[in-house]
Design a protein around this ligand. Structure first.
Ligand code: GAR
Length: 194
């Protein structure tokens, strides 16, 4: 059974999808041992607590980026984590974590990479950019995390149709429901089962 550490910053619907997948057996080769948030007010922390999962907060605003990176790295090592899942984590990870957990960090991104990704593309901004561009299809990607933002090897993708009357919010919801919450748990099981 692989030990999974989840990094979150906000609402935690992707975390919820992973928790549900552990309960339903979609994920059977791994278990979440820690949920770490960069924001003490993230609702994701409540979701984890309700599921009986230990939580921790390393507040981005209280650390320099190097110390933030080191603190996350120490936490994951202390918890003997095998796989780090960035599930709505709105911070860029640094070199310590990338070195210590090389090939063991994955992220879910709400577009079909290489579209609408990289620095500055996160959360609703991604969907606003997709609508501004006028794409008819978007989606989500699960990929390995490297020092190139959203540039690591792609593990899974799923396309989602864009509707004429979409707003960033309606599009975000559809991408989450139809793509992110489906491909993230499957990718986790695939990696943990190896
Ligand atoms: C999700 O759409 C996730 O893909 C995105 O933020 C949202 C978080 O929602 N992540 C990024 O944009 C990272 N680049 P959640 O907290 O409900 O899972």
């Amino acid at each position: 059974m692989k030990r999974i550490g989840v990094l979150v910053s906000g609402g935690g619907t992707n975390l919820q999808a992973v928790i549900d997948a552990c309960e339903s057996g979609i994920i059977r080769s791994g278990k979440i041992v820690s949920v770490l948030s960069s924001d003490e007010n993230a609702y994701a922390l409540t979701r984890a607590a309700k599921a009986g999962i230990p939580t921790a907060v390393i507040s981005r605003k209280n650390f320099s980026s190097a110390d933030f990176d080191r603190a996350i790295c120490e936490h994951m090592k202390k918890n003997e984590v095998d796989l780090i899942v960035m599930a709505g984590f709105m911070c860029i990870v640094g070199e310590n974590l990338l070195r210590e957990f090389e090939g063991k960090i994955i992220n879910v991104h709400p577009s079909l990479i290489p579209s609408f990704c990289g620095e500055g593309f996160y959360g609703l901004r991604v969907h606003s950019a997709a609508l501004d561009y006028g794409v008819k299809v978007t989606g989500a990607t699960v990929h390995f995390v490297t020092d190139v933002v959203d540039g690591g090897k792609i593990i899974a993708q799923k396309a989602v149709e864009v509707y004429e009357d979409d707003t960033p919010e309606t599009l975000q919801r559809r991408v989450m429901e139809k793509a992110e919450w489906v491909i993230l748990p499957r990718a986790i099981e695939e990696i943990c089962a190896k």
